[in-house]
Design a protein around this ligand. Structure first.
Ligand SMILES: NC(=O)c1ccc[n+]([C@@H]2O[C@H](COP(=O)([O-])OP(=O)(O)OC[C@H]3O[C@@H](n4cnc5c(N)ncnc54)[C@H](O)[C@@H]3O)[C@@H](O)[C@H]2O)c1
Length: 316
């Protein structure tokens, strides 16, 4: 059985472990904090039970037995074909961890960072094995959201990108491979563009946060979960993208032409959104709402799996 090392046993590391173990890998889950490691099995069991209840996993025992935990980094890395780093989001911590990983891991082991914001070039530039380092950034929680942004540094070997793409596909994730590093990678850049406009609409007193969220969850977001933005416009005009641009391009340009530099999110619009959100959801209920969100994501994963299976059977 091939082995994966997951370094950091917080939210993201635990979730990665389930994904790799579900795909048949043996997983060494490492953290320097014994308390975190002690709590990890219970978190993993809860997530596995949810996956089982939704029919997204058959054999809980096999998955649990493939995951071991430990504080000895060298032991965790021994024989691993891939290291998925998921330690705290602090530059100096990640730099120190990557230096250790590069020293301790086998020479052809891929070293992948889960960082949401730190480009892997900043963690690997001075390392002897920098060619095997890259970013594999999941969305939270990885075991329910398939997309993983794969971002090479200027010195990542192309073969490392392809191996990572292959591994992520094999464990049931959806790798999205970028050509180069850019701040915010892909998903956060798109999210920032939407948030910039959303805060601006609040600032200009065009809408309140409740109504705006509905426009996304019952409209744009619903559609985007089936077709991406380019696919959307290709299907919204009889002759595809160019035809769509012919019809709507000028109007869209006029609507946004005064944008220039993005406006800083104003204190007043942040306060207005905060007030709406706290009326909707008291702070102490955020953990319950997170669990509700994850449950909904899992239900959508079930629907998607059924739909894809039916489509595949139709095609046979
Ligand atoms: N939480 C999210 O929504 C999310 C989403 C995608 C990616 N990420 C990224 O995943 C990474 C982990 O995030 P998280 O939310 O799981 O954080 P977390 O705080 O839950 O877990 C981080 C873990 O790293 C451990 N750690 C710190 N220094 C260490 C070291 N030197 N050696 C071993 N373990 C060490 C900590 O003990 C902690 O358990 C971050 O880079 C973050 O940007 C987070």
């Amino acid at each position: 059985m091939k082995k994966i090392a997951v370094v950091g046993a917080g939210f993201i590391g635990r979730s990665w472990s389930i994904l790799f173990a579900r795909a048949g890998y043996s997983v060494s889950l490492h953290d320097r904090d014994t308390e975190v490691l002690g709590r990890a099995p219970a978190f993993i069991d809860t997530s596995i039970a949810e996956l089982i209840s939704l029919g997204l996993l058959d054999d809980a025992t096999a998955v649990r037995e493939r995951i071991s935990t430990g504080t000895d980094l060298a032991e965790a890395l021994a024989g691993a074909v891939h290291v998925q780093e998921a330690v705290s989001e602090r530059l100096e911590i990640k730099q120190a961890v990557f230096a250790e990983l590069d020293q301790l891991a086998d020479a052809d082991t891929v070293l992948a960072s889960s960082s949401s914001t730190i480009p892997t070039s900043e963690l690997s530039e001075t390392l002897a094995g920098r060619g095997r380092c890259l970013l594999a950034h999941p969305l939270n929680p990885p075991h329910l959201v398939p997309v993983v942004e794969v971002v090479p540094t200027p010195w990542t070997a192309p073969e490392v990108v392809e191996r990572t793409r292959g591994l992520l596909t094999a464990i049931g994730q959806m790798p999205v491979v970028m050509k180069k590093e850019v701040p915010g990678f892909i998903v956060n850049r798109l999210q920032i563009a939407v948030l910039n406009e959303a805060f601006r609409l609040i600032d200009d007193d065009c809408i309140d946060a409740d109504e705006l969220d509905k426009a996304m969850t019952h409209g744009l977001g619903l559609r985007w979960s089936v077709v991406g933005p380019f696919d959307t416009i290709d299907l919204n005009a009889a002759r595809g993208v160019s035809h769509y641009v012919e019809i709507f391009g000028e109007m869209f340009h006029q609507a946004m032409k005064d944008r220039g530099e993005p406006r800083r999110w104003s204190e007043s619009s942040i306060k207005a959104v905060e007030e709406t959100m706290r009326t909707r959801l008291p702070v102490e209920e955020i953990p319950d709402r997170q669990a509700w969100r994850d449950r909904k994501l899992a239900e959508l994963a079930v629907l998607r799996a059924r739909s894809e299976q039916a489509e595949a059977e139709d095609g046979e």
